[in-house]
Write a protein that binds this ligand. Sequence first.
Ligand code: ADP
Ligand code: ZN
Length: 436
Amino acid sequence: MPNYWNEAMECMDPEEMRKLQDERLMQTVKRVYENVPFYRKRMDEAGITPEDIHGVEDLPKLPFTTKADLRDYYPFGTFAAPMEDIVRIQASSGTTGKQIIAGYTQNDIDNWDECVARGLTSIGVTRKDKVHVSYGYGLFTGGLGAHGGASKVGAAVVPASVGNTKRQMTLLHDLQSTTLCCTPSYALHLAEALQEVGLTKEDLNLQYGVFGAEPWTEAMRTEIENKLGLKAYDIYGLTEVLGPGVSMECSEKQGMHIQADHFIAEIVDPDTFEPLPAGQEGELVFTTITKEGMPMIRYRTKDLTVLHTERCACGRTSPRMEKIRARTDDMLIIRGVNVFPSQIESVILRHAEVEPHYMIYVDRVDNTDTLEIHIEVNETTFSDQVKKLEDLAREISADIQSVLGIKAAVLLVEPRSIQRSEGKAVRVIDKRKLYK
Ligand code: ADP
Ligand code: ZN
């Protein structure tokens, strides 16, 4: 028997769910209008009042909220609960600039823990499991988020946090933990450390990996599963909306189930911001409908994905989002062509001779954009003749050109020469930004 699953909510008839969302949305809009000057101002400017919102179909009437808005109202300007009701403060990673502060009431924390617990349960984690959390603890939502959910399931949580990778490996071995939570890039790093301490995946007892906080490809999933001998699942979230657990894959791995009793997801055209139907790719937008501390109205995530609304084979009816294809902030425009790092990653991982460690350098020389990709080769290839390495670099470069439509210089580098990450990986250095 699963240990934490809320069948009533997770398998609710979609029409019933819609009614619940209508009701909760109306309450949320009313509350933010009354308690948050920022939202009141925005709605006044748009000429709407809470009475104009009767349910989900009226969402497009509401203005969007962006990271820039939250920065303008930093730190507490978008809180809807009095400080005496706030029991926790967290902050975003600050990947794209100043960190966002988020405040949670006790109800918010309870709901957050439940969202993560539902996700863990949906992949098979129970109170018998040992869950090793290597997301950073602290202001970043990853550590405490995964911790709270695993505790709610009743599992034994190992709050390892990040750092001291060899020691993490020893702990994973000695405690025989069954579940690993961290960023996908750190999972790869741990897999390397496994070799370094002279262990194999068979010496570990890992069954489930819960990886998120950064985009990762299907090819990366296969790579991590093979190296660590576990099943890898994607978990998604963001500080502004909650933290990890807004959505997570179930054992079917057919998209991440969004916890629809807490969040309404929309997909909008990233240029015109017009709502798009399920099945079409666009920017993900979230409205929270139970959050008290810091509710979000139509928050533009800048994450690109596709929504699906059909019932999942696991029985859950909640909408599912595909793996994040990209953060629009990560999009590079090189010689006028849009390039996403994930496209480059997919090409790299097609070649067995190289490792999934790479770095993308973009620059501007003589008014022309340049793209250079450094990729680590594996030990065997590294000891090959120079001619073979040159051929391989040319082959990868040709592959990248056929996918991106532009030329890239590929430089094969020594094993382990690219900096490893403990949290969100930094894979792009755009020197053009330095000149601006
Ligand atoms: P920041 O926006 O500063 O990175 P957060 O720590 O709140 O702050 O991270 C949230 C962002 O991380 C999301 O908007 C998304 O871009 C990325 N993210 C989180 N989980 C995933 C995931 N599973 N796949 C891809 N990207 C993810
Ligand atoms: Zn499912």
